[in-house]
Design a protein around this ligand. Structure first.
Ligand SMILES: C[S@@+](CC[C@H](N)C(=O)[O-])C[C@H]1O[C@@H](n2cnc3c(N)ncnc32)[C@H](O)[C@@H]1O
Length: 387
């Protein structure tokens, strides 16, 4: 069968992945590389189909600017469209000339063929596409009625898909957790007190329990405090994690990283590590949150972050499609020096933000350059950040 994704990128050379390369290279299986490419392509086609669903095909064929497209739409439509149009141009589905985006000819928008080919190459990963289909079908009132993205994307119909997505069995998501796990493991002291921010579906805690036990270092943890701002996630974790993350010394609490941690019962200088996977980028005031987190770390303690990373600030990542509808992602306080954009950042922008907040040293796993220059589709990394 011919596969519809075009050439699949080769895995990076081992020497680009730093000292933990032999463990990291295992992520770059053929199914992972296929999922990554197929997800980008499926996202691009879904975006264009969404614009068709909204009745804008004729505008696109005539050539349209972002301003013209937004003219009669609710203000909130601007941010996702400001992401979508350049993304579609990068993916070759729209032609960009200056500020004008034009649809030419009849681009291939087949989705079923991508699913079929993926079923062969990476069986069991349909959830990545189910989620994209779900967003496409649920999001139109965001544009037409000004409804909030949060309510549309996290409703009862889509919630199970999010849970299925944020799992270690999803090879497209696993790198977020695995790289963060490697960062946490290195230098974890005996008797460590660790807090996880935005623990969500609990997939990181599960991987930590499994791999920590297999490798014999789980017993170094004296406390693992699982937190999330969302009561639904917290309740689910309280119910399930004792069984699905055995051996982890768990405690649970609601925690909002946009409120001072001291007011939420976290004592100053009390933690050896604070872990956050794909959560810190929603900090409304990143500088204030980072300073607050730093104050809760013991001397020598670390902030351990897993984040989607961009090769340049202007490179659209397919994963941003989901998040561009969510206010907590797009509505953050910006500063050209240490918070230049909302959402995902480059490794260098994280370095700026972290140093500015008083952290002394940032270790990236894997070292992001020249890796991301040579493999622009490598868009995830962990940071071990020393207080
Ligand atoms: C992208 S998910 C990460 C999921 C999780 N790490 C996992 O692997 O399942 C982001 C998580 O951050 C949480 N979150 C969002 N805003 C937050 C806030 N202000 N404070 C704490 N957690 C927050 C969400 O509820 C969600 O569980």
């Amino acid at each position: 069968m011919t596969q519809p994704f075009g050439p699949i990128e080769a895995p990076p050379r081992l020497d680009l992945l730093g000292p933990l390369g032999p463990e990291i290279i295992k992520l770059f299986t053929r199914p992972f590389l296929v999922i990554h490419r197929a997800s980008g392509l499926y996202t691009a086609r879904t975006c264009l189909l969404l614009l068709f669903d909204l009745g804008w095909e004729a505008h696109l064929r005539a050539g349209v600017t972002l301003d013209a497209l937004c003219a009669e739409l609710p203000e909130q439509a601007r941010k996702p469209l400001a992401w979508m149009l350049p993304f579609l141009a990068v993916e070759g589905l729209l032609l960009r000339k200056g500020d004008v985006y034009t649809l030419n000819g009849e681009p291939d928008l087949d989705l079923a063929g991508i699913r079929e080919a993926m079923d062969v190459e990476a069986p069991g990963h349909g959830v990545n596409f189910d989620l994209l289909d779900g967003v496409r079908s649920h999001i139109p009132p965001f544009f037409t009625e000004g409804k909030a993205g949060e309510g549309l994307l996290f409703d009862l119909a889509l919630f199970p898909l999010w849970l299925a997505y944020f799992r270690n069995e999803n090879l497209g998501y696993l790198p977020n957790n695995l790289l963060t796990l490697l960062a946490l493991r290195e230098g974890l002291p005996e008797g460590a007190r660790v807090l996880e921010l935005g623990g969500g579906g609990g997939s990181f805690a599960q991987l930590l329990a499994r791999q920590g036990a297999e490798e014999g270092w789980l017993s170094r943890l004296a406390e693992y405090r699982f937190t999330d701002v969302a009561p639904t996630f917290l309740r689910r974790a309280q119910r399930d994690l004792k069984a699905s993350a055995p051996g982890l010394p768990l405690s649970f609490q609601a925690l909002d990283l946009n409120r001072p941690l001291g007011d939420q019962g976290i004592a100053a200088a009390s933690l050896d590590a604070i872990v956050g996977i794909n959560v810190l980028h929603v900090a409304q005031d990143l500088e204030a949150t980072l300073r607050d987190l730093r104050s809760c770390l013991k001397p020598g303690g670390r902030l351990v972050l897993g984040e989607c990373l961009k090769p340049t600030l202007d490179t659209p990542l397919y994963l941003e499609f989901f998040f561009s509808f969510i206010k907590s992602f797009t509505g953050v306080k910006l500063d050209p020096r240490w918070r230049p954009r909302h959402g995902f950042l480059t490794p260098e922008a994280w370095d700026e933000a972290l140093h500015h907040a008083g952290f002394t040293r940032v270790e990236h796993i894997p070292p992001p350059r020249p890796l991301m220059d040579q493999h622009p589709s490598f868009t995830v990394g962990a940071m071990s950040v020393f207080s």
